[in-house]
Design a protein around this ligand. Structure first.
Ligand code: 9MR
Length: 559
């Protein structure tokens, strides 16, 4: 009944736990080492959940700042509730921040995971992807159906073993932005990956693994980018090296070309300082980005429609679609990144930066704000044509952050996450993490602690202060997710899942029809069962904003 961040708290930061359906009463904070009471307080008035009959009371122990290992006790609750243990210390989320990046290493294709880096999750290499077939939907004069291509490396998208450009797009943009916003923090971070000893920061080494794959997804004959590299249908729950079905690249799409252009343009900028260690990389990225942009200008509305493709071509493709129907936001993101890297006003002028009043939260089909983040990051270095929009960008970002904060102090979980039922869609954990990023952006613009505290409330949500009581990051927390829908974690025979992966989180849509859900309530519709791809899968586009949020809080740190 005690919901709290099961990892812990920064000494100088707010610290709250939420009691579900608890009567009035006191709470005590006890030291783990000798069970002595170190702090006492009263539970707050009760607050009602907007989604159910559930009420909560808050134990606020922010005033207690001494480092150590603790737990809470709430004697008034019938079961004399004791919380999961947690720590108070500086850098309390460093482990989670690092593990969530290392999670990407465990998703690598085309390399054996050695025990030295992977510990007991060591495994043989999977999916060489050196003999990939051009699907009939992707056939061109130069590359007729059945042409064999090499498109190796990259990360598995999620619990499945396919590679999707659209979802790689937002993932890579988010990770590259984490680096650009907090490079001093990441330059020192050691992740114990095979490239840890080279001259490149480990975060960028990890990102490079997927960047090299993305580069191969462009058709050099026209600059277009294949939408995905995939099996015809999903694999069984087997280890990567046992999944050996034929692989295809499918139809090119505008969304893929633009997400690719945005990522490669940003990468050209980010990797430029590492030209010596990675000769030619930044140049190749920029060239590829420009060519993909040119293709998208020529084909501005080629949407990926899997049902239509399956009517016309064999074999049928049944894997994830990432079928974005609106690409105006992808144009904005790609134009912003190309403009920032090249300083060529033509890219900036090619799009309408403010098509409406909305500030849509980033998600795989919605990347407008990734462009805004980048423009704001370089707001002091823009050419006049973009400079004139900075005030509007700033105003919008701060207004959006204020809207997110509204009602948090009276919300039943005291989080920014979960004010609306619509926050709990497929991959709701990424909603919490992306809201956190907006708040970090507002903090960077204003230096106002309220934004950082709002961001932290959503990290608390992800690590246990939520309607399920689970910590959604594998490997972290007293009650952590143990059975994610993740093929290696299911098939490897180990009790513990691969660590550092973020579960999708509550999703009342329950599209997987698993029978083990115990609630329909939006913030509780979750089951820690590997059948549940709709509530308990892991995915790179959910891990990436967790990386950003946890890393940002570590890099900024509370004073
Ligand atoms: O994250 C995607 C979610 O927004 C969609 O509603 C869902 C159904 O189309 O697909 C999710 O993405 C999955 C992808 O299609 C295949 N790999 C696993 C992804 C996470 O579940």
């Amino acid at each position: 009944a005690i919901r709290l961040n099961q990892v812990g708290f920064y000494p100088a930061a707010p610290k709250v736990a939420v009691m579900v359906n608890a009567p009035v009463g006191e709470f005590v904070l006890k030291s783990k080492k000798d069970n002595k009471v170190v702090f006492k307080g009263k539970l707050s008035e009760s607050t009602r959940s907007p989604f159910s009959e559930k009420t909560t009371r808050v134990a606020d122990f922010s005033a207690f700042q001494k480092a150590g290992n603790y737990y809470l006790e709430v004697p008034s609750t019938p079961d004399g509730s004791t919380s999961y243990p947690f720590e108070i210390k500086e850098k309390v989320h460093e482990g989670a921040a690092k593990a969530s990046i290392k999670g990407f290493y465990y998703q690598r294709l085309g390399i054996p995971l050695d025990e030295k880096y992977a510990g007991k999750w060591a495994r043989p290499a999977g999916h060489p992807d050196t003999q990939v077939l051009v699907h009939p939907s992707a056939a061109s004069a130069e590359r007729p159906a059945g042409t064999v291509l090499s498109s190796p490396l990259g990360w598995y998208d999620a619990g499945d073993y396919n590679k999707y450009i659209v979802n790689s797009g937002i993932t890579m943009g988010t990770l590259l932005s984490a680096y650009e916003d907090f490079s001093r923090y990441y330059d020192k971070l050691n992740l114990n990956i095979p490239e840890s000893t080279n001259q490149v920061p480990d975060l960028l080494d990890e990102v490079l693994w997927n960047l090299r794959w993305m580069l191969t997804m462009q058709d050099p004959h026209d600059g277009g980018v294949y939408h995905k590299l995939t099996n015809a249908s999903f694999d069984g729950m087997v280890m990567p090296h046992q999944a050996t079905k034929p692989r295809y690249v499918v139809q090119k799409s505008t969304a893929a070309a633009l997400d690719f252009a945005a990522v490669l343009a940003q990468a050209a900028r980010v990797y430029r300082p590492f030209d010596q260690a990675l000769p030619g990389l930044a140049d190749s990225c920029l060239l590829a980005a420009k060519q993909a942009w040119t293709w998208a200008q020529k084909y501005p509305n080629v949407l990926y429609d899997q049902a239509a493709i399956n009517k016309e071509f064999d074999p049928d493709i049944a894997t994830g679609t990432y079928g974005d129907r609106h690409v105006a936001d992808e144009f904005i993101w790609a134009a912003s990144e190309l403009y920032l890297t090249t300083r060529d006003d033509a890219y900036y002028r090619a799009v309408n930066l403010f098509p409406d009043e909305n500030m849509p939260l980033p998600a795989w089909p919605q990347v407008r704000l990734l462009g805004y983040y980048s423009l704001l990051r370089f707001r002091d270095k823009l050419t006049p044509v973009a400079q004139k929009d900075v005030a509007e960008l700033q105003k919008r970002m701060i207004q959006f952050a204020d809207q997110l904060l509204e009602g948090t102090s009276t919300h039943f979980l005291r989080t920014v996450m979960g004010h609306k039922a619509s926050d709990f869609a497929w991959g709701s954990s990424s909603v919490a993490a992306n809201q956190g990023i907006v708040l970090v952006q507002a903090y960077r613009l204003t230096q106002q602690p309220k934004y950082l505290q709002g961001a932290l409330s959503n990290l608390d949500y992800l690590l246990g202060r939520n309607g399920t009581g689970y910590s959604f990051l594998t490997g972290f927390g007293g009650k952590q997710v143990m059975h994610p829908h993740h093929r290696p974690s299911v098939a490897d025979g180990l009790a513990e899942p691969v660590p550092g992966l973020l579960s999708g989180g509550p999703n009342p849509g329950k599209q997987d029809k698993c029978t083990t859900y115990t609630s329909d309530v939006p913030d509780e519709a979750f089951t820690d069962d590997d059948c549940s791809y709709a509530s308990n899968e892991i995915a790179i586009n959910w891990n990436a904003p967790f990386v950003y949020l946890a890393g940002a809080l570590e890099a900024i740190s509370f004073k």
